[in-house]
Design a protein around this ligand. Sequence first.
Ligand code: GLU
Length: 123
Amino acid sequence: MCGIIGYVGNKEAAPILIQGLKTLEYRGYDSAGLYVAEAGLMKAVGPIKELEAALAASGQSFVGHSGIAHTRWATHGESSEANAHPHSSGAIRLVHNGIIENYQELKEELLTSGHTFTSATDT
Ligand code: GLU
């Protein structure tokens, strides 16, 4: 089972998102990721502390007032940074909980119309 948290407000989003992910840790996970709208995207395999370490090591401030974060329990595709959520397409950032049963059909349709995929997930 995964966990999803989003934040929009006047406070710094990253600490709130990280705390939210820690609160959801009990649900189980294999990787985690976070997107802060004004700052960027970071993902890491393993516990939330690995995501925190990656944020610290990035040298980026991750300052911003809105964002979304996810703990992943893989159902499709290995546990990896590429497969961790959030996923990106243009201006869109996407997190997903559960299984998209008809993902293969949808993916083939999108591939046919010229889209590319950078993850092996059903998301
Ligand atoms: N099926 C999605 C994946 O494998 C989401 C899994 C989840 O709920 O964490 O990435």
